[in-house]
Every structure is written in C-alpha cells, then in structure tokens.
Design a protein around this ligand. Structure first.
Ligand code: 0PR
Length: 360
C-alpha cells in the first residue's frame, strides 16, 4: 500500500490532532489488544482503569468509573442510555441546548427518546430559562456542553445541574473537546463544581491521544450498571460498552499522553492555543471581519464565501458553522506560523479581489 495519510500542516478544522509521540508509540504497542475482553487481555484492562482514574483527576472526580469509548459519539449515546434506563417515565425526554453535538440526535434516534432542543442565549450558551421551561416530570436528562463544537462556549453547568436535580433527572456534561483545556480556565464545568452525573471527555481531541479514544465518566459506578449486559461465554460476566471488540490503542495512548502531559504539558498547550486564537481573532478583526470572541481556543469569523473557498483552494482545511461563518480550531498542531500564513493568504485573496474589481 503506497497511500499516505494527510499532513496536519494546513488542517484548521479538525478537533483531533497529531498524537503526542509517546501516545503514538503506546498506541502501536497495544494495537492488537482488546479491552473488550479483559479476561484475555488483562494488561490493557488494567490500563483502562488507570486511564479512568487519570481522567477523573482532570474532571474533579475522586472515585471515578467509566471507560474509554470509541469517541464522543459513543460516550454521549451511552450517557443518554443511562438516563433512559434510570427514567421513571415510559416516555422520557432529554433537554439539550441547540449548541449540543449532533451525536445526541443519533442517541435520540437509536434510543427512541424525545430530544427537546432549546435555544442558546446571545453569547451562544445554553439559555437557563429556556431549559427550565422545557423540562418536566418526564425529563430524564439535562445536557450541558463544556466547549461547544461550533463556538467553543461553556454552558452554565451549575445552573443546568440544579434544574436537573430539581426534576429528579440526571445531568450530563459534554466536555468531549473542552475537557483537556478547561482545567486551566476559571469555568465551572466538572464533577466537583456541580451535581453532574455523567461526562464525555475525549483524549483523542485536545488530549493528544490516538484515535479511537473517547471518554465516558460517571459519578457513581452504579450508573454504569445501567449499561451492563450479560456476556455468558467470556471470563468476565458483563459488559457496559456499546462496542464489543475495541482497540487497546486508544486506551494505552490515553494513559501515555496523560502520564506525559498532565498537568504541565496540557497547561502549556492551552496557553499556546489560547494565545494563538486571540492573535488570529485580532488579525481577522484588523482585516475588517466580525469575530466571535474566542473564549476557548476556537475562532469564528465571517469571511466572505469567496475568501473561504479561496483558502480551501489553497489547501487550507477549514470548516463552516451552520450559520456559514469560518471556523478555525486552534489545536496543538496549529502553530503561529501556520496562522501567519493563513492571514497572508486572506490578505492576498482580498487584494486579488480588489484587482479583479478594478479591472471591471
Ligand atoms: N461532543 C462534542 C462537543 C464534539 O465536538 C464532538 C465532535 C463530539 C461530541 C463527538 O465526538 P466524536 O467525533 O469523537 O464521536 N466534534 C467534531 C465534529 O463532529 C469532531 C471532529 C473531529 C471534526 C475531527 C473534524 C475532525 O477532523 O465536528
């Protein structure tokens, strides 16, 4: 096979990144292990426990339970599934801000629950009053996002958790992307800040682990029991994951990355990424574009469609929000010199357009 994977040199749209060298090495070493069968592969099973312990430390949970999932989608589906199993209603609903990731739509579809999507406020965070009006006695779960996919916003998690508690519902925080940067901010987002029950926190995003490594954390191991099915012919008697056979690469690379980078390496990564986002936002403003303030390392700006397409043609991997704005995710592989090159290309495209229009 002669194909090569793409390089990260022009990737500005991904929420994944180059795995850290120690994570890459660990992933390769554990490639042929299957944590789905802990009776046969005990060493990777022990590593998975260590991964959960370490993720618990990031997320303010002293005695964590959970597992390394295939990604944020699986972790979110499982969180909804736990809530559905816990629900007393036979027609449970889940309340989520419109900024919630589309994986919850998959969850609603697969699990046949009613997903109530409520508006966000002027700063694109969950509107607490709208959530309060949407919950009722049949609400099984209130979802908050700590680091939204499109704008990097952090919902008011303590308020959302209070609403959930008042209605006897569970509270899930989706920190799939934000979980590895939020410990270095002032936000209240984790188990020690609010009465939350479950969390998605993905090592294969800001954690610099290899794909596939999503994280599902639960406050109490009993919540995981809601997911357990009997596994009669395996040495272990039950399984809580959605997938059966799964890669040990994600598990091993999670432990390796956390061992190497928590906390100092991740703190440096956050500082660099946030400084890059602030710098890029300022450059876009100076070029005359509207910018959504990057409260986490993710910049949204309203480049004209022609400029966006011009950048794509130049090889930049960029994506758009559902409102059509350009979105740049300042992942660890996104360096200042990459951003300088994009700014130069944006200027070039602006001038090109001027030349074009003066020629008419
Ligand atoms: N929750 C949040 C807040 C997310 O941003 C994402 C993914 C998920 C859950 C789902 O995670 P998995 O994709 O691991 O299942 N957000 C990005 C998205 O769907 C993921 C992404 C990753 C996009 C790499 C592009 C890319 O190159 O847009």
């Amino acid at each position: 096979m002669r194909a090569e994977p793409q390089s990260f040199d022009r990737v500005l749209s991904s929420m994944c990144t180059k795995p850290h060298p120690v994570a890459r090495e660990a992933a390769m070493r554990f490639l042929a292990t299957n944590p789905g069968d802990p009776g046969t592969y005990p060493s990777v099973a022990a590593l998975e426990q260590e991964a959960i312990e370490r993720l618990g430390t990031l997320a303010g949970l002293a005695d964590p339970a959970g597992y390394i999932a295939s990604g944020g989608t699986e972790a979110n589906i499982q969180a909804v599934r736990i809530a559905r199993e816990r629900a007393r209603s036979s027609r449970p609903n889940v309340v989520m801000p419109e900024s919630g990731h589309f994986s919850f739509r998959k969850a609603a579809d697969v699990l046949e629950i009613d997903l109530r999507v409520v508006p966000t406020d002027a700063d694109r965070r969950a509107d607490v009053d709208a959530v309060r009006s949407a919950v009722d006695d049949e609400t099984a779960l209130v979802i908050g996002v700590a680091g939204t996919t499109e704008y990097g916003r952090v919902d008011p998690i303590p308020e959302l958790a209070e609403i959930a508690t008042a209605h006897d519902a569970l509270c899930h925080v989706d920190a799939a992307w934000g979980g590895f940067v939020l410990p270095f901010t002032e936000y209240e987002w984790h188990f020690d800040h609010a009465a939350i029950d479950t969390m998605t926190i993905d090592p294969h995003k800001m954690g610099q682990a290899a794909i596939p490594a999503g994280g599902l954390l639960v406050r109490d191991a009993a919540l995981l029991d809601e997911l357990a099915v009997d596994t009669p012919y395996l040495e272990t008697t039950s399984q809580a994951t959605l997938t059966g056979t799964r890669s040990g690469a994600g598990v091993a690379s999670t432990v390796a990355a956390l061992e190497e980078l928590w906390p100092g390496g991740y703190a440096d990564q956050y500082e660099r990424a946030q400084a890059n986002a602030t710098w890029f936002a300022e450059q876009c403003r100076r070029l005359g574009y509207r910018v959504v303030e990057p409260t986490l390392p993710l910049v949204v700006t309203d480049l004209p469609t022609a400029t966006f397409e011009g950048l794509r043609d130049l090889g930049w991997r960029l994506s758009r929000t559902s409102a059509g704005e350009t979105r740049v995710v300042c992942m660890p592989h996104v360096t200042r010199s990459m951003l300088e090159a994009v700014v130069a290309d944006i200027k070039g495209l602006q001038q090109g357009r001027k030349v074009l229009s003066s020629g008419i």
